[in-house]
Every structure is written in structure tokens, then in C-alpha cells.
Design a protein around this ligand. Sequence first.
Ligand code: GTP
Length: 236
Amino acid sequence: MSETYKRVLLKLSGEALAGNEGFGINLPTIESIAADVEEASNLGVQLGIVIGGGNIFRGVAASTKGMDRSSSDYMGMLATCINALALQDAFEKRGLQTRVQSAIEMAEIAEPYIRRKAIRHLDKGRIVIFAAGTGNPYFTTDTAAALRAMEINADVILKATKVDGIYDKDPMIHEDAIKYDSIKYIEVLNKGLQVMDSTAISLCMDNKLPIITFNLNEKGNVARAIKKESIGTIVS
Ligand code: GTP
């Protein structure tokens, strides 16, 4: 178990960039994430990142208030592009080689998503940030993470969250909530546990791609996960 993962897909929620402000991009927060990513990258791991957009715009939330779902999802995808550029900037300030690839073409701003090119970047030690989700409405950025992880043949999805793993009930509300160290995909689906949406979980289950959920707010956790230290919860 001492070997590190060779290629991972890190899923960051948009909210992770907002810090305590809950909205937008908090620069000290993004700098702290970049420091964690640098520590992980120094382990020699190949790193792809899928970033959400919920700190700027939540497509699903807007659609429940009457907005057309496809339009609101496209707005959410654009939000992920803003976050991707912010991450790239923070990474490059630390000297990390980074490429942004977007699932929606915007050649002036980012490379288009080209799977083989992404893999080439990874082989060269560049961090590839995948923006604009899957490029399709009705699919979450968690599903984009599962899809890209499979496409780049990642060993694992690292799902960074605000809690230190998966519990049988909400640990914020229930004092007696019990944390799982490991859990099966089907249990996550059957129990409706809030890890990733069911499309993403099913995709991982069908393709035997493990997911590790862990707390991003604890410094050094990304590197710990890559070193296969037992943190958070592993879904497999
Ligand atoms: P290799 O030459 O294969 O090692 O990769 P590279 O990314 O260094 O070379 P490339 O010439 O493809 O890209 C040079 C720079 O231009 C990189 O920063 C890319 O991210 C960027 N770039 C490449 N294609 C596009 C594009 O379609 N749009 C935008 N905005 N930037 C691009």
C-alpha cells in the first residue's frame, strides 16, 4: 500500500473556492488550494482536475426557480470556466505547468477538450484542468469528473468536500452519525448518501473506478490521499 497513485482526477466543488464568503472566488482560499495541489504534484502524480461552478452560478437551483434548465446549466458551465482560469492563475504563480481544456469551445480562452492531448499534457507533468463540465446540460460536474477520470484512465477520483468522509446520516445534524471508512457503490446508491449524484456513482460503479471523499479544508489531505493514507471514505 506504500506506492502512490500514478494518475488521479481531483474533483473540486466551486464552493471550495469561495472560502467563508460562500460566493465568488476568495484569493487566499484558492492560494491555499494551490499550495495543496503543489504538494501533491511534487509526489510525481499526474493530476487532472474537474472544477464545479456553484460558487458563481448553480444551474439546478436556478431551474427550480423557473429558469429553463438547459440555459441555466449552460450558465453553470460558463461559471466553471471562470473558476478554471482562476485555478490556472494560482497554480502558475507557484510555477506549476497547467493547461485548461474546455468542453465548450472558446478557443481564445482555453484549449478545446481533446482526450489524447490531455493525456499528453499529463504525461509531460502538466496539470490539466477540465472546464465546462461535460459540455451538456443535465449533467453535473461530478458526472464530468467520472467521465474525464475514465477517459484519462485515472486510478481514482479524489472528491474534495467540506466533511471528512461519508456518514450514515448528516454529521452536522446528528451527533451519533457514523463515518464509513469504505463503502460499496451500491450502498451509496441504495441509501441515497450524498457523495456524488447517482449518474456519477453509476458510471464509476460500472467501470470500477474508486472514489475517495475527504476534507479539503485539512491541509495536506490531497497529498495524503495520493499516498494512499487512509483518510476520508473510499467508495469501491
Ligand atoms: P506540446 O507542444 O504538445 O508539449 O503542448 P503545449 O501545450 O505546450 O503546446 P501548444 O502549442 O499546443 O500550446 C501552447 C500554449 O497555447 C499552451 O499554453 C496551450 O494551453 C495554449 N493553447 C493551445 N491550444 C489552444 C487553444 O485552442 N486555445 C487557447 N486559448 N490556448 C491554446
